[in-house]
Design a protein around this ligand. Sequence first.
Ligand code: AMP
Length: 588
Amino acid sequence: MRLTLGSLKMLEKMETVDVDELIEEFETITKDAERIQRETLRKILEENASAEYLQNLGLNGRTDPESFKSCVPLVTHEDLQPYIQRIIDGDISPILTGKPITTISRSSGTTQGKPKFLPFNDELMETTLQIFRTSYAFRNREFPIGKGKALQFIYGSKQSKTKGGLNAGTATTNVYRSSTFKAEMKAMQSQCCSPDEVIFGPDFHQSLYCHLLCGLIFREEIQLVFSTFAHSLVHAFRTFELVWEELCDDIREGVLSSRITVPSIRAAMSKILKPNPELADLIHKKCSGLSNWYGLIPELFPNAKYLSGIMTGSMEHYLKKLRHYAGDLPLMSADYGSSEGWIGANVNPSLPPELATFAVLPNIGYFEFIPQRLGNLESQVLCIEPKPVGLTEVKVGEEYEIIVTNVAGLYRYRLGDVVKVMGFHNSTPELKFICRRNLLLTINIDKNTEKDLQLSVDEAAQLLAEEKQEVVDFTSHVDLSTDPGHYVIFWEVSGEVNDEVLKECCNCLDRSFVDAGYVSARKVNAIGPLELRVVLKGTFQQILDHYLGLGAALSQFKTPRCVGPTNKTVLQILCNNIGKSYFSTAYG
Ligand code: AMP
């Protein structure tokens, strides 16, 4: 990443982060959110005035929100794909932005089934850092961290060159690779304890093992434990349960396990790993003393102040397990954003993740909101395009779909997320992430979202908890090969559970979809009985491996909560691993 003059100046200033100054800056911009939004839009439109995309829309130099809304259409990624493709193929004329785009972000593709390509530039990088800095300032005010390091389960995806010679990687990889990011992490006393060779290693299993090993070696210095999404934290400590004795052996002998085969990782680790039998014994003793790994993280890292990562939305499922590992360490839900750009920061860090909200930063993009009062289906049927409202016009308690105009060539872009306004921080809204907009499960008049599915799984999982078992991971599918079609829920369960309990779970899942369309269709058998398929242990690991093989990064991985008929490989993995299956009798 090239350093701009702005970022160089920032670097000089950034020896340490001034928390009070950052909070004050945030208070100032959020007190005047409407004006800052107008200014941000003006800046974006002026800087990109020469872009072909904007030129064709007849703005003719106008930069006010009213002209912008009347000239520029709402778009999806699909609409922009031809423009992005030209950039990828090496066309350096101003297409979406004034300055040519030199880096492309690949979105995780785990929510939509296939990765999307998006422009990435220095300006987007700066907004990313601004979000990180803001939430750090608020976090540090309440939970100050001392001088030290962070155990960060972060992974660079493979970076490739596009046909036109542009660098392409996941957005997180583009961020982790940048020198400003590293300097910023240092200034926030959150420098990753693992060397770059581990973060950017070609095999994520080996990287994870070494992240754990580095964490143990620097255990006294670790101030916080982080991953982008909570899923990776749980995955890391589940792996620890399997490899902890091997890790202890490595530390005792000062010799890296033969499972690490990548030469660059071995070389980097050999500089850190020295024989330390006392440390190995201590960790061994601590692990042996735990009951079912409860409180593992504070036991391993005695000076850690908290765990941090995105814990909202589809990550809520992992909170139970995370709390188990975390013991009494607080969980700090991180910020809200996407490969398309960041949206809001968590400025109330002491709230539990279930209540986390994100205050929109009015100077990192121009935001609009489509009211969801008229459900998606109704608006489609009635062909009404609901009118988006501005950032400061949203209403508390209402749900909206977010529209983003960013500094990297996206104008009035439908992000596909639904959020709810929970309140205001000064004049900027505090959003709660609700779900992806696309309906997941729908057969006829029923419509259930990712959130509905999660609520239903949570309800049924309580029956498992009584048996001291848990749902390791889950997904769903609409099976239309039966007549009538029916919902299929796939569960991977932590241990053995008897048939009676699983049958009850299946009925509970069926009953817990309370959408009126579903209930009425079920009652008249227009939708068949819900099916619970319990898959073999390790099935979801196979799905993760499949996505990583396609170039997804573990840092951005989100288990797809619904597997469509076109996602043949994942469906195949699930169907090849069915242990038991049950049909609901909830509706007689
Ligand atoms: P990606 O496509 O990998 O860039 O992932 C971006 C998507 O992840 C967003 O559009 C959201 O659906 C989800 N996401 C990001 N941040 C959060 C958050 N704080 N809470 C819930 N979901 C999030």
